[in-house]
Unconditional design. Structure first.
Lengths: 580, 365
């Protein structure tokens, strides 16, 4: 029997329509952006990869190829235990940050929680200071002779926690990563559509079921992307393991790499390079897992051609218990440790044996802020964070648009490339950029200027910006740009005229995270800054290394104040609130 | 006629009249020419792990000699200075004129690669030979690593005078000291330098002592050690960098809680080296800064700002009661001072690995 042919066009048989001029323009733009992205990301990573394969620092003479760096890591007797510790620590840290983060974002962003905006602001504060300083605040509050510990012991006779343990460290790391999850989720929640939840309610679902079956799953892309970033962040974190783990002998992957690679008479950057390659492999695995978990992203679309409305959940009887729990979290997890840092900024030293009132002083601020180099580093860092952060956010948005919103043939590899910089530990990222600067013709003109630092930061935080924008893009249905294309708009006009505007809450979220990251960053700048282009992070780290904790705390206090001020201003200027 | 004679008289006074900058006393006659050449350089770039605050006095003295020369600092951590310098010079990029750092590997590297400008400073003779291991390489500060303790937890009569007494004290009451002692991490270069020099000085006895102390000790950094001894989380820190501690103890409230004293039976000393790079763009200005650092006034300015001047004729009276090398020698005797000199052995990864393996053994007891 002959096979019946139908009149319905079969996709496979469709021939491509001839390229229109605006399509050509789109292709040019997409290839251009992709090329720049590849250069900016791969440029610094290639020297690092090469470094992993040679037997001496990349700038030394007489280099020879060798596999010894990989062998050294894999065959180290403590490698197994160290990897297990790291995976354990990272897993629990991510579980805490994603679990608590999603719930907190939900409570703040979609319910009638009292004082939601205040909580929204405070929850972000741990992100505003460096991990080192936050860990310091924790140990001053909850360490063996911390204030809270001593107070608890005097009342209850014992202390139920031990900060110097894997679980203690995972808790601090988790709490300091919650802001990332919250920002990601709030960006996604800003685009949420109550009609889906209403549909569920009209089918008879109780509020709890609606939340667990619809609202939370809709957050899955945001949770997944922030999960990757947080997991990798925990894996490559150095400050918490160094301050809290080292004194009690808890060794992690990155402290292990740091000890074997950097903290030796002759530094072995090859080992750090090899570690980078391993982390790159882990990132690839995580991305694959994430794709599996998210599946077809069409099911996350909430923004389409139809009008949407957002309604806040009424928590009813649960309003005040939720308020109580959140207050408890905020006080114990954020206000107390940060309060200790602020306290340390205003006293000459801290000791349970001496009443604090007798030690109050402004000397730390005086010392920190009257130093020319510090004032310069503050100004430089603000320029980088405000201006550089803005430019970076725009750049990242364009990359996200090309990956998620175009027919670009290399979309998928570009997505992997966009997430690669997360794998490069800070201590070697700067060396990579320095070498890229030497090798790429013309880039040398930027040596010693603030621009090369900006470029390095741009490369390093692409994953963060890209990560915030991707889930938000997944939520915006294709109807809108298709409608524009039907009307004759080019690809560029459609995405920048429509999608970019819908993306605004997510962009503000990205800008907030980028601003904060640029403000805190230091390790990338080590090889790139010169006299006159110092950054805040390097100044603060120097105080820490020299034992000047007072001025370091003072600079941290200034950092937090600036960040809170800036974010309040930015939300006003861009007319978008992170928390509605 | 009178004018001609007047001009001839001026000319006969000699070249000292023509230079604007004053040549310091006792310096060679041609130093004026060096000052002139330096004045033309415009700026000098210094890579250092010494805080800018501690440089203030030296910069003041330098600016009086060379008002037209701007002093630029790049403050980096010890390991970073060497890495950055080598990365820049090997690729022909502009780098430091003067390097001032405590990092031993940096100096050993520079000595091996012959990157140090062999400048003979007029101030050099008063310094001991061991502080000038290589032509052009000088030592400007000698920071002792001392004992620091919490006075409330360790009453005066129990405070040990040296490591030997500390070990006896710990052996007599191990429960009291477990996890309450601290020092720099002996498995990282900074701590390794001190511990290794200590062991070398005492021989087998040193390892015997470390076998007792290491299991009781928690490794930590300068800042946390100071904070935690103050709060009572630690009882005692050995090999504590005295510069920071001394500065903190200027506060009488802190000095009431925290005690500081040299180690009578062998006190390691961290040496801060200074040298000019052969590839310096402003070598003459660098020479002047080096001379300032080594001069008596320069050393006094360091002593007043938490660094320990090495110059033998600088005493506590000169530096407002601060610490000087001469005082440490006076307190414990020259034979009990252990300067951690820039030895190739301390910079070798192999010696480091061997030591670390033995130390880990000691800590596991």
């Amino acid at each position: 029997m002959a096979v019946e042919t139908t009149n319905a066009p079969r996709l496979a048989a469709m021939t491509r329509p001839p390229r229109r001029r605006s399509d050509r323009q789109a292709v040019v733009i997409q290839y251009g952006l992709a090329l720049i992205t590849v250069l900016v990301v791969v440029g610094p990573i290639l020297p690092v990869l090469y470094q992993s394969l040679i037997d001496r620092p990349i700038y030394a003479e007489g280099q020879q190829l060798t596999a010894a760096n990989y062998r050294a890591i894999l065959s180290a007797p403590s490698f197994g235990g160290v990897v297990w510790n790291s995976l354990n620590f990272s897993f629990w840290s991510t579980a805490i940050s994603q679990g608590l983060g999603a719930v907190i974002a939900l409570l703040i962003g979609r319910t009638n929680l009292p004082l939601a905006r205040v909580f929204g602001s405070i929850t972000l504060w741990p992100l505003f200071i460096s991990g080192l300083v936050f860990a310091f605040g924790w140990f001053v509050a909850y360490g063996p002779s911390g204030f809270v510990t001593l107070w608890t012991r005097s009342i209850f006779g014992m202390v139920p926690w031990n900060l110097y343990s894997l679980s203690g460290m995972a808790l601090i790391s988790g709490i300091s990563s919650i802001p990332v999850t919250v920002v990601f989720c709030l960006g996604a929640l800003a685009l949420a559509d109550s009609s889906l939840e209403d549909a569920a309610r009209s089918c008879g679902a109780r509020p709890w079921r609606v939340v667990s079956r619809i609202t939370l799953p809709m957050l899955l892309p945001a949770i997944a992307y922030s999960g990757i970033l947080n997991f990798l962040g925990a894996l490559e974190s150095l400050s918490i393991p160094l301050i809290i783990g080292k004194p009690v002998g808890i060794e992690m992957f990155m402290t292990f790499i740091y000890m074997e690679g950097i903290e030796r008479p002759q530094a072995n950057y090859g080992i750090v390079g090899a570690a980078t390659v391993m982390l790159l492999a882990i990132i690839a695995v995580l991305i694959v897992l994430q794709e599996r978990m998210l599946g077809n992203t069409r099911r996350f679309q909430t923004v389409s051609g139809k009008a949407t409305a957002q309604r806040r959940f009424d928590l009813g009887l649960w309003r005040w218990p939720a308020f109580g729990l959140l207050t408890l979290y905020v006080v114990i997890g954020i206000l107390l440790p940060l309060g200790m840092v602020l306290l340390r900024a205003f006293v000459s030293f801290l000791s349970p044996l001496v009443p604090i009132t007798s030690l109050l002083t402004l000397a730390n601020f005086q010392q920190a802020l009257t130093l020319d180099a510090n004032v310069r580093s503050l100004v430089n860092t603000l320029i980088l964070a405000v201006g550089g952060g803005f430019l970076a956010t725009v750049a990242y948005s364009l990359v996200a648009l090309v990956v998620h919103r175009s027919e670009f043939s290399w979309r998928v590899p570009l997505k992997y490339i966009a997430l690669m910089p997360r794998a490069v530990p800070g201590m070697i990222a700067g060396l990579g950029v320095f070498y890229a600067m030497l090798l790429v013709p013309g880039l040398m003109a930027l040596n010693g200027t603030i621009w090369i630092i900006g470029l390095a930061y741009l490369s390093r935080y692409l994953p963060t910006g890209f990560g915030v924008l991707s889930p938000a893009l997944a939520q915006i249905g294709p109807d809108l740009d298709r409608a524009a294309r039907v009307m004759g708009a080019s690809w560029w006009q459609a995405v920048t005229g429509i999608i970019l505007h819908l993306l605004r809450p997510a962009m503000v979220g990205a800008y907030a995270l980028i601003f904060v990251a640029f403000l805190k960053e230091y390790s990338t700048a080590v090889f790139l800054f010169g006299p006159g282009t110092e950054v805040l992070g390097t100044s603060m780290l120097r105080y820490w290394v020299n034992g000047d904790i007072g001025p370091m705390a003072a600079l941290s206090a200034v950092q937090i104040a600036l960040t809170v001020l800036f974010l309040t201003l930015a939300q006003g200027v861009f007319g978008v609130r992170l928390v509605k | 006629m009178k004018r001609l004679m007047f001009a001839a008289a001026i000319a006969a006074c000699g070249p000292t009249v023509s230079t604007a900058q004053a040549v310091p006393d006792g310096y060679p006659a041609d130093y004026g020419a060096l000052l002139q050449a330096a004045g033309a350089e415009g700026s000098v770039l210094i890579y250092t792990n010494m805080e800018p605050v501690q440089w203030e006095g030296a910069v003041e003295i330098f600016s009086e000699l060379l008002p037209g020369v701007q002093v630029k600092f790049l403050e980096l951590n010890s390991g970073e200075i060497g890495a950055r310098y080598q990365a820049e010079t090997s690729s022909g990029q502009p780098s430091a004129d003067l390097i001032v750092t405590t990092d031993i590997a940096t100096w050993v590297d520079m000595m091996k690669k012959d990157q140090i400008l062999p400048y003979a400073s007029p101030e050099a003779e008063v310094y001991p030979d061991w502080s000038r291991p290589h032509p052009g390489l000088y030592t400007i500060a000698a920071d002792p690593m001392m004992l620091m303790w919490n006075k409330a937890l360790l009453p005066e009569e129990e405070v040990p005078s040296g490591m030997g007494e500390l070990v006896e004290l710990v052996r007599s009451a191990p429960g009291k000291f477990k996890g309450m002692l601290t020092s720099y991490d002996a498995t990282t270069p900074y701590g390794y330098n001190a511990h290794s020099a200590f062991v070398k000085f005492h021989g087998d006895k040193g390892w015997d002592w470390l076998d007792t102390l290491a299991p009781m000790t928690r490794p930590d950094g300068t800042g946390p050690m100071l904070e935690k001894v103050t709060s009572g989380e630690y009882v005692l820190s050995y090999f504590m960098g005295a510069g920071v501690a001394r500065m903190a103890l200027k506060d009488p409230a802190r000095a009431a809680i925290v005690g500081l004293a040299p180690i009578a039976d062998g006190n390691p000393i961290v040496l801060r080296g200074a040298a000019i790079s052969k590839t310096a763009r402003a070598p003459e200005s660098a020479k002047v800064m080096l001379d300032v650092l080594l001069s008596r006034d320069g050393q006094i300015s360091l002593g007043k700002r938490a660094r320990t001047p090495l110059r033998p004729d600088v005493t506590a009276a000169d530096v407002d009661g601060g610490l000087t090398y001469a005082d440490v020698v006076a307190q414990i005797g020259e034979e009990n001072v252990i300067p951690i000199t820039f030895d190739a052995e301390l910079a070798s990864n192999d010696a480091f690995d061997t030591f670390v393996a033995r130390y880990r053994q000691a800590a596991a007891h």
